[in-house]
Design a protein around this ligand. Structure first.
Ligand code: NAP
Length: 524
């Protein structure tokens, strides 16, 4: 399939703006094909078309929207190897990883389709009228979730499928009944174009309005910010760095009419190793942790970037094994020159902080923009004095924090800001002994992991991929799993409406057979 480098504006391909190219991070060479940065006029057109399309798309049934999501999944698979090859060139990620991520993306779309076919997600609530109630008659009150309107979506470079053009944000927004305008990621613009083609074909085949989906290219932040500022945009879905997410969040709050920004940002994902398990399994934990830190060159938002434990002989032995594993790990190609230089800057900044020392560096050889695995160390005392030690260094590094007492571990936990995950490695007895730690961590993260590692995220109904600020700008939601749909919907109440004017979900005879709360009781 030929790339054109153009923008997708409601089924039309346009593009005459400033040209840019993608770079292969494994070779440092620019890839063929220019992409054309969208103008303000093109962004405006995309958003207007999304608004027009919304008036039609939001009336489509759950089944029709499910058909669209499944058609997108089929079209992505139909792209075949071309998609994987282009993505490998643009990201340096290996084939097996990308094939797996494509599978996750497709399954995610299908999971939202299942949720729509089942239909109960709308949270239908019905309180029947009671005209005889004294002293005042009770009105008929019914409510359900309805879509917000056109949504702007930003993806991250490290998940070019699962958190990009057809990723979880787009899937959940389309599932909720919103139309979308995607800002393509400039690090993988060709991958974005291929996926946009698949979505556009699915939109056409499913007879959805053309403006249901648009995508604009751009290397400067002006393009994305034009989406955020546009008065017709009703919400933003963002996955990426803290810097990017915060800039977009601030911009949205400056609007005359502020809008919700669901920004899923960086995280350091603290791992607490408790004394009992350290005694029993220190060798295995050290090796598993090194594998988790260096997996995918550390380019996961769930990378374990902080390890906390108490000083002991077991701790020393653990550190030796971890340091040996990290020193023996090879540098891997990172996603882009920018990500690699940010990584090195992050390590330098940590090294310069009071009380931080470098314990081990991995092997640095190899072509391309490589990130060298790094293990650093500080005392809990230094950690408690310097909040910057908690900041994400995106790449294959981790900072080991050694506490001299149990109390210091608890104080370090109390001091944590928001993260996506926290991990507790412990025996049953450790858990009993550290109940207070678990209670603290519950307030700090979206997902607590016991005797596992945070890097893998299961896409399922109960998963929470979110957490208090600065991990996200809204801790009440998740960006992974079907519950992500609620970000792009709001409850609407219909009082004393005639049956014919109610949505099917709220009609007396329950034509869709969904679960509803009727007079306070769940019924089908
Ligand atoms: P990024 O540089 O923040 O880019 C993400 C998107 O944000 C891009 O489309 C980018 O567009 C836009 N952007 C960035 N700064 C902006 C600004 N000031 N104004 C307007 N738009 C802006 O992130 P990345 O480097 O691609 O991804 C890596 C980061 O994502 C890591 O920190 C990782 O932890 C995080 N991440 C988080 C999750 C999660 O679920 N929490 C998942 C994956 C990754 P432009 O390039 O046009 O600026």
């Amino acid at each position: 399939m030929e790339l054109t480098g153009k923008n997708f504006i409601a089924g039309q391909r346009t593009g005459s703006g400033k040209a840019f190219q993608a770079e292969n991070p494994a070779t440092g060479k620019m890839l063929e094909q220019s992409f054309y940065e969208a103008s303000q006029k093109e962004v405006d057109e995309a958003v207007h078309q999304a608004e027009d399309a919304f008036n039609d798309y939001n009336k489509k049934s759950g089944k029709q929207r499910a058909d669209l999501l499944e058609a997108i999944a089929d079209e992505i698979i139909a792209l075949g190897d071309v998609l994987i090859q282009r993505c490998m060139e643009e990201t340096g990620l290996p084939e097996a990883r990308l094939t797996g991520e494509r599978g996750r993306t497709v399954n995610q779309l299908k999971l939202f389709a299942q949720v729509l076919r089942e239909g109960s997600w709308v949270n239908a609530r019905i309180d029947l009228a009671d005209p005889d109630r004294k002293p005042l008659p009770k009105p008929d009150v019914r409510s359900m979730y309805r879509p917000l309107g056109p949504v702007g979506i930003f993806g991250a470079s490290n998940f070019p499928f699962a958190f990009s053009v057809a990723g979880g944000d787009t899937a959940s927004a389309l599932a909720a009944g919103c139309t979308v305008v995607v800002k393509a990621h400039p690090a993988h613009p060709g991958t974005c174009e291929l996926i946009a083609n698949a979505i556009q074909r699915a939109v056409e085949k499913s007879n959805m309005p053309a403006g249901t989906f648009s995508m604009v290219q751009g290397q400067s932040t002006d393009v994305g910010l034009a989406i955020v500022r546009h008065p017709l945009i009703k919400a933003i879905g963002f996955t990426g760095s803290f810097r990017g997410g915060k800039a977009i969040f601030d911009e949205a709050n400056k609007r005359t009419v502020p809008i919700p920004v669901y920004a899923e940002m960086g995280s350091t994902n603290p791992v607490f190793i408790l004394p009992g398990v350290l005694k029993e399994k220190r060798e295995a934990i050290a090796k598993d942790l090194a594998a988790s830190v260096t997996q995918g060159v550390g380019q996961f938002c769930t990378n374990p970037g902080l390890i906390l434990l108490q000083q002991s002989e077991d701790g020393k032995a653990f550190k030796d094994t971890l340091s040996g594993s990290m020193a023996g790990s090879a540098a891997g190609v990172m996603l882009s020159a920018g990500i690699r230089s940010n990584y090195e800057r992050g390590i330098e900044k940590l090294k310069g902080a009071t009380g931080v020392t470098v314990v081990a560096r991995g092997k640095s050889e190899g072509e391309g923009y490589r990130g060298v695995p790094s293990l650093l160390e500080a005392t809990a005392d230094s950690f408690l004095k310097d909040h910057t030690l908690e900041e994400e260094v995106f790449g294959p590094s981790t900072l080991m924090i050694t506490a001299s007492t149990r109390e210091e571990i608890i104080r370090a936990a109390e001091k944590l800001t928001g993260h996506l995950t926290a991990t507790i490695l412990g025996t049953e007895k450790d858990l009993e002994d550290y109940k207070d730690l678990i209670a603290i961590l519950e307030q700090k993260v979206g997902r607590l992991i016991f005797n596992g590692y945070p890097t893998g995220v299961e896409v399922c109904h109960s998963v929470v991929h979110g957490g208090p600020y600065p991990a996200t700008t809204d801790s009440r939601t998740t960006s992974v799993g079907p519950a992500a749909i609620f970000r792009f919907a709001r409850p609407v109440c219909y009082q004393n409406f005639p049956q014919t004017m109610l949505p099917d979900e709220l009609k007396n005879n329950n034509p869709l057979g969904i679960w509803r709360m009727v007079n306070g009781e769940m019924k089908r």
